[in-house]
Design a binder for this molecule. Structure first.
Ligand code: SF4
Length: 437
């Protein structure tokens, strides 16, 4: 894939792509049985007077997703979808028949690679074996199970709707039906000690899933835990837990390929790797984000977040709430924010391919990061060192537009403040579970 970055009048660089990045499809399902106290995702509690089936507008939502996709087709004409990720929220609230209808509609409208990875996120609290088998029959070939812990004490603290037994039964069935399964677990939980985390890792390893994700519990704004903070392990204990988790997974043969993701060789999540390599994605559904490249620009879109508002907007043909072009000043940071999450980093040439800008625009932050020991000195690579992985935020911050502006382009007004609603810090980047989970 070759890219030419042209220099226009007034030294204004504009990205110029001769080939576009790989494309993925993200689908958001915005409901959950209950809102977890730490959750800042676009998930809305189903307030059912009766059953879940009564409260969930399943048919209307699938119709809306199909209409949303149809409206977006001109922006992805001729492109092939390499992976589909149905995330949430709790997509496993949808019936297998609904998933089957939706995936059939996708295939009828979009070229999907025959070997596309098609992931669905499931909550053990909605587990039914027949339902899992139905998803598989519908074409879902990867299941991401939000276990969080195999210990009832911590599941209770986290406000999860499932218990440890349900988590075990769901994991067992998922492995049997799909084979390609991710288990999500969290660590640094209130009251958790390294031994507790080690027991969770052992429980997870007993199922031998090909992929495991471990996320540190953080207190995000606009969550119950932020308003009423629980007592979390101190930094030293959290670091001990993290070291213990990573050592156990390494000994068990899992490669630590991304900040929170571990996989057996050949089982990395292709959908999420596409995000981290700054690939394109069309996001449909309430609150979904898109990043789409065109020959001369990169666009970000966000759809209406509230499910009711989204459903109304789709019927009016306006599911997109906001659409902005990513400025050339923001592109380098957005690329590095993603790529540096990959443990092995990326080839330096990928920066040029995916941003349409020359590597020289980040020459100074690269030099500073290398001097500080945060970035691998190999000029052919953009990869964090062990120290860089430990201090990932500090490393990423070196590539902030403001930093680059002061180092590289002085008062160039195209380097804008990063306060957009489409800031990458708020974008969904798929989801084992949806970044930045
Ligand atoms: S953490 Fe997952 S299950 Fe809990 S409210 Fe958020 S999206 Fe729903």
């Amino acid at each position: 894939m070759s890219v030419i970055a042209t220099i226009e009048a007034g030294s204004l660089l504009r990205p110029s792509f001769t080939a576009l990045p790989p494309l993925a499809l993200y689908v958001h399902v915005p409901w959950c049985l209950r809102k977890c106290p730490y959750c800042d995702f676009n998930s809305h509690e189903l307030r059912a007077a009766g059953s879940v089936q009564d409260a969930l507008p399943e048919d209307a939502y699938v119709d809306a997703l199909i209409a949303d996709l149809e409206r977006a087709l001109p922006s992805i004409w001729g492109r092939i979808v390499g992976s589909v990720f149905i995330g949430g929220g709790t997509p496993s609230l949808l019936s297998a028949a609904a998933i089957d209808r939706f995936l059939g509609a996708v295939r009828a409208r979009v070229s999907v690679r025959p070997d596309a990875e098609i992931t669905l996120e499931a909550n053990p609290g909605t587990f039914e074996r027949a339902r899992f088998a139905g998803y598989f029959a519908a074409g879902v070939n990867r299941l991401s199970l939000g276990v969080q812990s195999f210990d009832d004490r911590f599941l209770k603290v986290l406000g999860r709707v499932h218990g440890a037994d349900e988590a075990r039964r769901a994991a067992e069935s998922a492995l049997m039906i799909f084979g390609n399964v991710n288990l999500d677990l969290m660590y640094a939980l209130p009251g958790q000690m390294p031994d507790d985390a080690a027991r969770d890792v052992s429980s997870a390893l007993s199922f031998a899933p090909p992929h495991l994700s471990f996320y540190q519990l953080t207190l995000e704004p606009n969550t119950l835990f932020h308003r009423h903070p629980p007592s979390l392990p101190d930094d030293e204990t959290a670091a001990d837990i993290e070291d213990e988790v990573q050592a156990m997974l390494g000994r068990a043969g899992y490669g630590h390929y991304e900040t929170s993701a571990h996989a057996k060789p050949g089982w990395q999540c292709r959908h999420n790797v596409n995000y981290w390599r700054f690939g394109d994605y069309l996001g449909i559904g309430a609150g979904a984000h898109s990043k789409l490249s065109f020959p001369d620009r990169v666009m970000r879109e966000i759809r209406w977040k509230q499910p009711k508002r989204y459903l109304e907007a789709v019927t009016q043909g306006t599911p997109v709430q906001e659409s902005v072009e990513v400025s050339r000043g923001d592109l380098p940071f957005e690329f590095m924010l993603n790529a540096l999450r990959l443990t092995a980093g990326v080839p330096a040439s990928l920066f040029v391919e995916r941003t349409g800008l020359p590597l020289s625009v980040i020459a100074q932050p690269i030099a500073e990061a290398t001097r500080k020991g945060l970035l691998d000195p190999d000029p052919a690579l953009l990869a964090p060192t062990l120290l860089g992985r430990r201090f990932l935020n500090d490393l990423q911050e070196l590539f902030l537009p403001e930093k680059a502006a002061s180092q590289k382009v002085g008062s160039d007004s195209t380097f804008v403040a990063r306060d957009s609603a489409l800031s990458p810090a708020r974008m969904q980047v798929g989801s084992d579970p949806t970044f930045p989970r």
